[in-house]
Design a protein around this ligand. Structure first.
Ligand code: CAA
Length: 300
């Protein structure tokens, strides 16, 4: 099962491991993470690192603007995500921001003078949807503000872990607009109509605890700087230790549940389940269980 995205080989070769400049390390990068970090010095608005050989960590890094999601930032984010998705050694991706802000939304200053003819003709924000097409699991590790496009970006990920400081909101209504990065649609599927309406119509921020009670985030981690990133990396490592074909298949069928009827979804799940019997990982996983040993998956 290859990636859906195609990259010129020169692009992939040129974007190999690079070192995080010491001056721009976000404070939450624990020393253990920092030691193993690598990053792309060509990136201006993000950091890309490997806290573990099997985990890609992408950090939004535009602190002065609370990680506002400008077009150049999103371009870099998509590149780093595609790179990680295409890398066979990566089993899962963690996306995070800073302690103060995961992301405070689309860049309002960039948007404010845009005209309808521009945004319509150029399909403004269309490239935001790429993250939802990745084959590998993406875990959002959210601290601080996840507002507007920041909340939508977290919702595009497969799993959201929240620090107790996380605040989720769709404040676009205060700007005379509505969510444009999928918030209204993903929220209604995630937390139901009434709560989605409340968020989109009032612009009220929702605490991490409330978001967890509503089922919007998977869980709230313990307090402490960097804790949410640490937990997300631990989870990403665990996912990476499984057979990657089964991981991708599981992601595909859960996502299908968003769009298909129950009958169609059940049929789809069964077919994918059947298909996994053609993999070596299924033979290995079940043999290992019967032989009371740990499975050695080969992702084949
Ligand atoms: N776009 C551009 N710049 C932003 C920004 C954004 N979304 N959010 C924050 N910033 C900038 C501020 O302008 C400020 O820059 P300057 O120092 O140059 O003035 C800097 O980040 C720090 O922000 P504040 O001084 O406002 O920090 P604060 O701690 O007082 O407040 C905040 C934090 C409550 C998050 C506040 O910044 C805020 O309300 N931000 C806007 C949130 C928002 O409305 N998001 C939705 C954007 S629209 C959208 O996302 C559409 C969509 O669906 C795709």
């Amino acid at each position: 099962m290859g990636s859906r995205f195609c990259f010129p080989m020169s692009f992939l070769i040129s974007r190999t491991l690079r070192v995080v400049p010491a001056t721009i390390k976000p404070s939450y990068l624990a020393s253990t993470v920092r030691l193993m970090s690598t990053s792309n010095t060509e990136y201006q608005f993000i950091l890309s690192s490997r806290p573990d050989p099997s985990v890609a960590l992408i950090t939004l890094n535009r602190p002065k603007a609370l990680n506002a999601l400008s077009s150049p930032l999103f371009k870099e984010l998509n590149q780093a995500l595609f790179e990680a998705d295409a890398d066979d050694s990566v089993g899962a991706i963690v996306l995070t921001g800073s302690e103060k802000a995961f992301a405070a939304g689309a860049d309002i200053k960039e948007m404010k003078d845009k005209e309808y003819s521009d945004v319509y003709k150029n399909n403004f924000l269309e490239n935001w949807g790429q993250i939802a097409k990745l084959r590998k699991p993406v875990i959002a590790a959210v601290s601080g503000y996840a507002l507007g496009g920041g909340c939508e970006l977290a919702l595009m990920c497969d799993i959201i872990l929240a620090s107790p400081t996380a605040k989720f909101g769709q404040p676009e209504i205060n700007l005379g607009v509505i969510p444009g990065g999928g918030g209204s649609q993903r929220l209604v599927r995630s937390i139901g109509k009434s709560r989605a309406m409340e968020m989109c119509l009032t612009g009220r921020n929702v605490s991490a605890q409330e978001a967890a009670e509503w089922g919007m985030v998977s869980r709230v981690v313990g307090e402490g700087e960097g804790k949410v990133v640490e937990e997300a990396i631990t989870m990403a490592k665990e996912i990476s230790s499984k057979g990657q074909i089964a991981v991708q298949a599981a992601k595909e069928v859960v996502n299908a549940g968003y769009e298909l009827t129950l009958a169609e979804g059940l049929r789809f799940e069964r077919r994918i389940f059947h298909g996994l019997f053609a993999t070596k990982d299924q033979k290995e996983g079940m043999a290992a269980f019967a032989e009371k040993r740990k499975a050695q998956f080969t992702n084949s």
